[in-house]
Design a protein around this ligand. Structure first.
Ligand SMILES: Cc1ncc(COP(=O)(O)O)c(C=O)c1O
Length: 359
């Protein structure tokens, strides 16, 4: 780097906020349009029929409603509660940002489990929060409730089903956190549709001052590209989130798509049924190829392959199949994760693995 260029970097570094100096950009998935995407836990059932009727029109010359009111009403109709219990966001990821903006005081503590969704520390670090990682217990099956409470968190982020492990946590353990944490407990239910409706904490939001449920249209609803997620909580907590939420954060098209997708429940349910059947079939096939496969309630399988996970990832990529490894997360460093889709996707993966692993 020339003298002038490094002087410029020095000056810019002096201006940016301290947490930004050491922050790395978030993981960027490989951009291979032709590949079979088993790396992002998205919906592989083809386009949601809701998309077929969407047209760009006169409405797009105006701003959307500030808070996506139409979607909030549709969510309240569909899930119960009232529109002021909901907040719409540009994906669940933006919902996390909004939560941290409201509750993530610099110096206060964020608790996440290890392993969990890799984006979780991103916004809290940016806000200058202290991050405590509490390892999961019993082979990822359980939370260490006492260790989480001992950290005195302002925010706890629990994904249930968890990413990348796939399992749900015992309801009693999550409930104990909600009851005993003096701070906000976010139950991230991005994959809940694959676990069965009864597993959700959504019916409990009005009973607690500190429970926030996070959901997304990116997984079972198949709208990952349109970026629609939402939060649900009691009205008073939600009022605080609404003050920090960027106005117009959901475009007119994503909002209409999400409303229409709520009417395509049969398509969603059929996709969930397919995933539930395929994840068992994929489990059996992978086991017979020498993989250890973790239990799952989601649309993906966390596995321990019989060869080095990084090597396998590259070998699959050469065959046009994307998967996900976790070289920076010690408890799952040796693992590879596969999204579950239709039967033909399982078959293609299994065939590629047979070729790669053949003696
Ligand atoms: C556990 C979990 N939460 C939230 C999200 C965010 O989803 P989105 O921003 O697409 O709504 C993801 C995405 O992979 C996830 O795995």
């Amino acid at each position: 780097m020339s003298e002038a260029a490094s002087e410029r970097v020095r000056r810019i570094d002096a201006w940016v906020r301290a947490p930004v100096r050491s922050l790395k950009p978030y993981y960027k998935a490989p951009d291979l349009p032709e590949a079979l995407r088993l790396d992002q836990n998205t919906n592989l059932m083809g386009p949601n029929p809701a998309l077929a009727d969407l047209r760009l029109g006169e409405a797009e010359s105006q701003y959307p409603s500030r808070d996506a009111d139409g979607l909030l009403e549709a969510l309240a109709d569909f899930h119960g509660h009232t529109p002021d219990n909901f907040l719409a966001a540009n994906g669940g990821d933006e919902a996390l940002d909004i939560l941290v903006k409201a509750f993530g005081e610099a110096g206060s503590t964020l608790v996440t489990t290890t392993p969990s969704y890799s984006l979780y520390p991103f916004y809290p670090k940016l806000a200058g929060m202290r991050h405590v990682e509490v390892p999961l217990r019993a082979g990822f099956a359980e939370l260490d409730v006492q260790a989480i409470l001992a950290a005195k968190p302002r925010i706890v982020l629990i994904a249930s089903p968890n990413n990348p492990t796939g399992n749900r946590f015992p309801t009693g353990q999550v409930q104990q956190l909600i009851d005993e944490v003096d701070g906000v407990v976010v139950v991230d239910e991005a994959y809940i549709e694959f676990a069965g409706a009864k597993a959700s904490f959504l019916p409990r939001i009005e009973a607690h001052d500190n429970l926030v449920v996070l959901r997304t249209f990116s997984k079972a609803y198949g709208l990952a590209g349109l970026r629609v997620g939402w939060l649900a909580a009691n009205r008073d907590l939600m009022a605080k989130l609404r003050v920090v939420k960027p106005p117009f954060n959901l475009g007119t098209l994503p909002e209409r798509a999400a409303i229409a997708a709520l009417d395509q429940q049969e398509w969603v349910d059929a996709g969930v049924r397919t995933v539930r059947a395929e994840r068992e079939r994929m489990r059996t096939k992978l086991k017979s190829l020498g993989f250890r496969v973790h239990p799952t309630d989601a649309n993906f399988l966390l596995t321990e392959p019989p060869i080095d996970a990084g090597e396998l990832l590259l070998a699959l990529r050469r065959k046009g199949i994307l998967a996900r490894t976790f070289p920076n997360s010690p408890p799952v460093r040796h693992c590879i994760r596969f999204t579950v889709g239709r039967a033909e996707h399982t078959d293609r993966l299994v065939m590629a693995l047979q070729e790669i692993l053949k003696p």
